[in-house]
Design a protein around this ligand. Structure first.
Ligand code: FFO
Ligand code: GTP
Ligand code: MG
Length: 447
């Protein structure tokens, strides 16, 4: 049940004018405050038509008042909604009136934080609320909706429960240290732990895919000077964002452009052409390009189709650390007719000028963003912090396997404890306060 003593209030609907706007209260005084505003009793879960009054009894607006009695509400506390006309002036006056009656302004995310603290949502679900609100296409929205439904949390919890059960077994076996582990079911323990590790690997790769759905793919466009990198960015963005000239060394600084291709979000970064030497500005540009590659998910390499060998080696070295690569032979329109097609799945022949091959490029980028999977059924959104926690949990579980094989049971148990704890951070079973503050402060006010 709720531990909050103060009652919070905020406009729950989007900023700006709208058909209807909602002021939401949560906390023990919600009902009393709302009843003073509407001048009538509010029975739970009944929509009441009412006049909303200011402190002098003058009417601010008329609308619907809706009371949810704790714990059957979004936050688990007493909640009242005042559904007024969607006028920012009216809504602000209603908020001020509620504050005059004892409520205080909610911090960003405070409603959802209370829902979390009261056990209405776990942490991954609360984060999914924010992701759903911020989703920029139907794929991201559906995936956030699945995370909100608990699809991700349930899988995390199932693995965490299994690790806990295994640890209990192992700790029990420690008390019989004279017996060989196998008489205590050691083989079964090892098999179950191997299954759990496999489940963690599967979940980690799905969570990574979910993170791409949420955050989009970070792709850096690299290649030798003049190959058409900036032209390609413009072609993908559908506008003349980058300066294009026939002069090698046109692009010096990084240029970032968020684009949406077939429903996937891409952060494209155009870079300076990579080559030996160059003046101080070009060298700084190349340094920035290298920095960007450290953070990128995908390198889109642009080579000149007429001479793909030139610059290829230098570029291949530069992108060695980027997890994924897509090679393009650009300026296909300048090839003599009859040139043999390029080989390989990850090489595409395109023309930034005529648009040739861009459809296939779109498909390839979409496949990269969705981890090669075009079927997003069952996908859920996840965040970098979830992926990182899964990675730590997997690492500890792998060490537990080694300790178990070596029959160092106390160390195996300790690694399982660490793995379990890392999983607990995802759903918020175990959460440092500062992390909570960080997560919820990135929500919008009123959520
Ligand atoms: N008017 C309105 N619409 C809204 C919200 C809201 O707060 N107000 N929501 C806000 O995000 C979302 C819906 N989320 C909600 C989640 C739980 C409960 C709720 O009352 N839960 C109770 C009762 C459940 C039941 O009757 O089955 C509970 O969990 O105990 C309400 C809204 C979207 N639409
Ligand atoms: N015919 C043809 N010309 C192209 C194509 N793509 C780019 N170009 C031309 O090639 C020249 C260089 O293009 P940019 O896009 O500036 O090349 P870049 O790789 O960004 O070059 P730097 O920024 O200097 O590294 C320009 O004259 C473009 O018009 C293409 O597909 N076909
Ligand atoms: Mg350029």
């Amino acid at each position: 049940m709720s531990g909050s003593t103060d009652t919070i209030v905020a406009i729950a609907t989007a900023a700006g004018a709208g058909g209807v706007g909602i002021v939401r209260l949560s906390g023990p005084q919600s009902r009393t405050i709302a009843e003073a505003v509407v001048g009538q009793r509010l029975p739970p879960r009944r929509a009441r038509y009412a006049q909303f009054h200011d402190e002098h009894g003058d009417t601010l607006d008329d609308g619907i008042a809706l009371y949810f009695a704790a714990p059957a509400s979004y936050t688990g506390e007493d909640v009242v909604e005042l559904q007024a006309h969607g006028s920012p002036v009216v809504l602000q006056q209603l908020v001020a009136r509620c504050c005059g009656l004892g409520a205080r302004h909610a911090r960003p995310g405070e409603f959802s934080e209370r829902a979390f603290l009261n056990g209405k949502l776990d942490l991954a679900q609360a984060e999914a609320v924010a992701d759903l609100i911020a989703a920029s296409d139907i794929h991201a929205a559906r995936a956030a909706r699945r995370a909100l439904d608990g699809v991700f949390s349930q899988r995390v919890d199932a693995i965490a429960d299994e690790l806990l059960a295994l640890r209990v077994h192992i700790e029990a076996a420690i008390d019989f240290a004279d017996e060989p582990l196998d008489t205590l079911g050691g083989a079964a323990l090892r098999a179950r732990l191997a299954d759990a590790v496999q489940a963690m690997d599967r979940l980690a790769s799905e969570a990574e895919r979910g993170q791409k759905l949420r955050d989009g793919l970070h792709a850096v466009i690299v290649g030798p000077p003049n190959a058409g990198k900036s032209s390609l960015l413009n072609a993908l963005a559908g506008s003349d964002r980058a300066i294009v000239t026939p002069i090698a060394g046109t692009t010096r600084d990084l240029l970032r452009e968020a684009v949406r291709i077939d429903g996937v979000e891409l952060l494209l970064v155009d870079t300076a052409g990579l080559h030996e030497g160059g003046d101080a500005i070009e060298r700084e540009g190349m340094r920035r390009a290298h920095d960007e590659m450290q953070r990128a998910d995908l390198a889109i390499v642009v080579l000149d189709a007429r001479d793909p060998e030139s610059g290829r080696r230098a570029v291949a070295e530069a992108i060695a650390g980027v997890p994924r690569q897509l090679w393009l032979h650009n300026k296909a329109d300048l090839l003599e007719p009859g040139v043999a097609p390029v080989e390989g799945d990850d090489v595409l022949r395109v023309s930034a000028r005529t648009g040739e091959g861009l459809q296939r490029l779109h498909a390839a980028l979409r496949a990269q963003a969705t981890g090669g999977q075009t079927n997003l059924a069952g996908a859920f959104t996840a965040r970098a912090r979830h992926v990182e926690a899964l990675r730590r949990a997997r690492l500890a579980a792998g060490l537990a396997q080694q300790e178990l094989a070596a029959e160092t049971l106390d160390l195996a148990a300790e690694q399982l404890r660490r793995a379990h704890e890392a999983l607990g951070e995802i759903t918020g079973r175990i959460t440092p306060d500062e992390l909570l503050g960080h997560i919820f402060s990135s929500f919008c006010i009123g959520k």
